[in-house]
Write a protein that binds this ligand. Structure first.
Ligand SMILES: NC(=O)c1ccc[n+]([C@@H]2O[C@H](COP(=O)([O-])OP(=O)(O)OC[C@H]3O[C@@H](n4cnc5c(N)ncnc54)[C@H](OP(=O)(O)O)[C@@H]3O)[C@@H](O)[C@H]2O)c1
Length: 349
């Protein structure tokens, strides 16, 4: 027996067999049949902290989870068949726009979790020619936020996974950001003070992208005070794929060896612990109403924390928002040039 669209979305030809797993995912996601459900849209659910958070969320009976993933047909075994996955490559603004467009006729989104992140240390660029960490961690999420804001429920929630590495006062071992100039971060060759060492500039690009996450949450708090908007520092969390771009065995050491070697302290976490607290921040009533705030995993708890001094600069946050919107414009906005402009002369900063 088959159903035709619009009653059974999800199959390319509009026909869906009742025995297919996606039919049951569709069925349990119908709010009118089962009472109020919490619809959560998430990036970065396929590994590390995000996978742990997704598993937590799926354990909640009222949650319906939609994830953006690079390979939606090859989900980790813990997720496959339990949620809806839609194609999303954050290294391409066209892919972000296509992903956002799939929500046009959907019910409202209650929570948006923007957790995906990378540490690019190989000078790679995105499909749009931007430095890859800044493109994936910040610009793509910034575009996704603007595209999905009209689809967010009243009192909806946006959670961005940031990092304590954005703050020069935190002793994280990573080089802290030197500035938050969006054009220079998108096109590092524009930066006359660019680090000569590839590892250093890659890691600094990462910490700057995480500063951008914190400032985006703060700016959202100004622009949309009706929403809960919060950035999270998950703490130092070895055991994930975050260092996969590192040369030699460093990525494998971060994933498999460090979790056994590093002693747990208030600032050292596990994917399960940080994932549990990310899921709590996204859904727990006690965090509703936080506006542009910054929460950090400290041991087993979430603690409200002061972000860096730069992150507190409201004028800089507003400028970052505008510059990011220019670099990653919504398709509905007037066409913008997305290629790299002529480099500025060294010393003009
Ligand atoms: N681990 C730490 O010590 C630590 C500390 C502070 C903050 N964080 C932050 O925590 C978040 C999660 O990181 P993690 O440590 O759990 O790393 P991870 O295991 O590497 O997970 C990263 C996630 O992002 C996704 N992703 C990467 N590039 C993508 C792209 N182009 N398009 C779509 N999805 C993409 C990955 O998907 P694929 O499965 O397709 O690769 C994966 O689901 C990041 O924002 C990171 O900055 C981590």
């Amino acid at each position: 027996m088959t159903l035709r669209r619009p009653f059974a979305p999800g199959s390319p030809d509009g026909r869906l067999v009742f025995g297919h797993a996606s039919f049951y995912i569709w069925l349990v996601n119908q709010p009118n049949l089962w009472g109020t459900r919490m619809r959560i849209v998430m990036t970065g659910a396929t590994g590390g902290i995000g996978l742990a958070a997704a598993k937590r969320l799926l354990a909640e009976p009222k949650v319906s989870l939609i994830v953006g993933a690079r390979a939606p047909d090859r989900l980790p075994a813990d997720l496959a068949g339990r949620l809806e996955a839609r194609s999303l490559d954050l290294a391409s603004l066209a892919s972000v726009e296509a992903f956002a467009a799939t929500f046009a006729d959907d019910p409202e989104i209650d929570v948006l979790i923007l957790n995906a992140g990378i540490q690019n240390v190989s000078d790679a660029t995105s499909a749009d020619g931007f430095e890859l960490s800044f493109a994936v961690n910040h610009l793509a999420h910034h575009l996704l936020i603007r595209a999905l804001l009209p689809h967010l429920a009243r009192n909806g929630r946006i959670v961005l996974t940031a990092s304590g590495t954005h703050d020069p006062d935190e002793d994280t071992g990573l080089p802290p950001p030197r500035h938050i100039d969006a054009a220079k971060l998108a096109w590092p060759k524009q930066d006359p003070d660019l680090d000569p060492r590839r590892m250093t500039r890659g890691r600094r690009a990462y910490t700057a992208s995480k500063l951008a996450n914190v400032m985006t949450a703060r700016e959202l708090g100004q622009r949309r005070p009706d929403l809960t908007t919060v950035a999270l520092d998950p703490g130092f969390t070895p055991g994930t794929g975050l260092a996969r771009d590192y040369p030699g065995p460093a990525g494998l050491i971060f994933r498999f060896i460090l979790p056994r070697l590093v002693r747990r302290t208030a600032r050292v976490s596990t994917p399960e612990n940080s994932g549990r607290l990310l899921a709590a921040l996204a859904t727990d009533e006690r965090y509703a109403g936080l506006r542009g705030r910054y929460m950090a995993v400290r041991g087993e708890a979430l603690i409200e924390t002061r972000p860096s001094a730069v992150a507190h600069d409201d004028a800089l946050a507003a400028r970052l928002w505008e510059d990011s919107a220019r670099l990653a414009p919504l398709r509905t906005a007037p066409p913008q040039v997305r290629h790299e402009p002529t480099p500025v002369a060294a010393g003009r900063g």
